[in-house]
Design a protein around this ligand. Sequence first.
Ligand code: NAD
Ligand code: TYD
Length: 362
Amino acid sequence: MAKNVLVTGGAGFIGSNFVRYLLETEPQVQVFTLDLLTYAGSRENLKDLPDPARHTFIKGDICDASLLSGIFNQYEIDTVVHFAAESHVDRSITGPEAFVRTNVNGTFELLQAARKAWLHEKPPLDEPVRFHHVSTDEVFGSLGPGDPPFTETTPYSPRSPYSASKAASDHLVRAYFHTYHLPVTISNCSNNYGPYQFPEKLIPLIIFNALNGKDLPVYGDGQQVRDWLYVADHCEAIWQVVKRGKTGETYNIGGGNQPTNLEIVQTLCAILDELRPNSPHRPHAGLIRFVADRPGHDRRYAMNIGKIERELGWRPKENLASGLRKTVQWYLEHTGWIESIRQGSDLTGWMEKNYANRGGNA
Ligand code: NAD
Ligand code: TYD
C-alpha cells in the first residue's frame, strides 16, 4: 500500500488535479509535490487543498540528481507518479530544447534516483514500490479517417518534438523495467480538459477569448480529431494503474469520443451563449477565425481503452457534453484564477508571437 507518494509536476494541470484526487481518496497517503514552477506550473493550482497537512511542496528540477536523491531518502518515497514535463506541442515546435531536457533527461534522472533508492540502498523498503510514468497518445502518431484506434501494441511513430521526447521517455522507463527490474507502469492518455488547465491550450483558451470578445483561433480547417478525457477521470485511471496495474505494463486511457476541433469550439460557444445570455459577444461562434495550421499537425488521435476496462474495470465517468459544461462553469467561476495565471506567466507574450505567426490576433 502506497504511503509516501512523490508527484512530479504536481503544480501543473493534471498533476494538481491528481494531488487533490489523492488527498481526497487516500487518507493514509502523504503527498510530496516536486515542481520547478515553469511558466506552466503555479502554486495557485494547489490552493485550498483538502487536508493540506498531508501535502508537502518542493520547488525543484527533476534534472537535479542530488535533489532527487535527498527527496527519496528524506521522505522514504515508495511511489512515484511522474507528470513533470514540457507539454505543449506548439511550444515544442518553436523551442524544442526544453522538451529534450525535461522530458528525456529529467525522466532519466528520476529513474536513476528511484533505482538507486529502491534497488541499491539498504535496507529495502518494507512496502512494494512503484514508478508510474504518465504519457500521451501522441507517441503513436497520426491516424487516417478509417484507421482503428491506438492500442497498447500500436508501433510508436511520434511526429512533433513533444511527442518524440515523450516517446523517448517511455522507452527509457520500459528499459529500466527490463534491464534493472524497476517496478514501473506506463499510461498513455488522450487530450485532457477540465479545471486548472493552462490557458494556452485549446479549451481554456477558447473559453477565455470568447468571454473577452477575442478571436477564437482554429488551426487549418479545424477538422483534426482528438479523443477528449475529463481530467478527474484521468486521475482515477492513473491511480487504478498504480494500485492494481501489472508492473512492466502499459495502459491506454481515453474518453472514447472523437469530435473535430471545430466541433469542440462550436460546442463551447453554444454553452457560453446559454450561460452568458447577456454577453455582448453573442453568438460567440461569430468570433471563430481560421488561422494558419500547426506544422506537422497530427490529423487524428483515438484510443482503444479495452485493456484498462477489462483488466482494471476503469471507464470514464464523464461524457464529453457533461464534461465540457462542467469545465465552462468552472472557468466562469474562476476568472480570478485565469487572471493570476496569465499575470504570473509569459502567456501574453507567447500568445502574441504564436498567433501573429499564424495570421491571427488571439
Ligand atoms: P502542464 O504543462 O500543465 O504541467 C507540467 C508541470 O511540470 C508544470 O507544473 C511544470 O512547472 C512542471 N515542470 C516542467 N519542467 C519541470 C522540471 N524540469 N522539473 C520539475 N517540474 C517541471 O502539463 P499537463 O498537461 O498537466 O501534463 C502532465 C503530464 O501528462 C505530462 O507528462 C504530459 O505529457 C502528460 N499528458 C498530458 C495530456 C494533456 O492533455 N494535457 C494528455 C496525456 C498526457
Ligand atoms: P492542444 O490543446 O494544444 O493539445 P494537443 O496539441 O496536445 O492536441 O490542441 C488541441 C487541438 O486544437 C490541436 O489539434 C491543435 C488545435 N488548436 C487550435 O485549433 N487552435 C488553438 O489555438 C490551439 C491552442 C490548438
